[in-house]
Design a protein. Structure first.
Length: 266
């Protein structure tokens, strides 16, 4: 059903209520408490994984002269921008930034949306060109690209609907309760898809390479662990590769959403 037609009770098992902390209370937080707010094990793990991936993979791409292709450079640059914006926006929300600095979250989000759309386009183009040239179709990367496109569009759609509901309160105060209900609903959905973009789409290409023992970049580390250390056969490594595409992103996504339901996000 259309998100605006979904009853609040239906989303309660999945989405928590927005933080009960007021803007004034958030502004009065001690500096150390503010800096540690929204910092969870899931956010730390995802952030460090993404940063490490870029620092490891980019030199490998340079050594193989792959960055001579402008489309690859654009894809990598946009992916990096999207990842950094996601890391920042999960850490610094408008309530923590306050009215004076909220624009940082807003513009970081706009950069993430633009770079995500552009990066997805060039990423999918690279998958198609690789298939044309080699006959090898990287279905995991293609699927992650489509999912990233979906998450990006949905988080943008729901923040626009939430802001529209907020404006309705000023225009028609008698409908404030209904407008607030719609604002909460769409803001929760925006936050969900922002989580999905970060923990599943941004990190998806990493897992598809790390657990692919035949991958020439991150796959060398997966091979070192799975084949050299654990001495697993190729068939078992393939099953681990398939399972990792589903399990790893969902563990991080669900864990972060549970942390939010416990009030770890402000």
């Amino acid at each position: 059903p259309h998100p605006a037609m979904v009853d609040d009770a239906a989303v309660q098992p999945i989405f928590s209520e927005l933080s009960s902390m007021s803007d004034e209370e958030a502004a009065q937080l001690p500096l150390w408490r503010s800096l540690l707010s929204n910092v969870t094990a899931y956010w730390i793990f995802a952030s460090l994984s993404l940063i490490a991936w870029f620092f490891i993979s980019i030199p490998l791409l340079i050594s193989r002269n792959e960055l001579a292709n402008p489309s690859v450079v654009t894809h990598i640059f946009c992916s990096f921008q999207t990842s950094i914006a996601c890391i920042f926006n999960h850490w610094r929300t408008p309530k923590l930034l306050g009215p004076r600095w909220t624009f940082l979250h807003v513009w970081s989000g706009r950069v993430a949306v633009g770079s995500s759309l552009l990066g997805t386009f060039f990423g999918e183009a690279r998958v198609i060109l690789t298939y044309i040239e080699t006959g090898s179709f990287r279905i995991a990367l293609a699927a992650v690209g489509i999912w990233q496109l979906f998450c990006t569009i949905m988080l943008l759609l729901h923040i626009r609907r939430a802001l529209h509901a907020k404006k309705l309160t000023d225009i028609n105060p008698t409908a404030a309760d209904e407008a607030r209900r719609k604002f909460d609903l769409h803001m929760n959905l925006h936050i969900f898809y922002a989580h999905a973009l970060f923990y599943t789409a941004c990190l998806g290409p990493l897992w598809s390479r790390l657990f692919d023992i035949n991958n020439a970049t991150m796959g060398v580390y997966g091979r070192e662990v799975l084949v050299t250390l654990c001495r697993l056969p190729a068939s078992t490594c393939f099953y681990i590769f398939i399972i990792a595409q589903v399990v790893m992103p969902n563990l991080l996504l669900c864990g972060s959403l549970r942390a939010r339901s416990r009030g770890r996000f402000i």
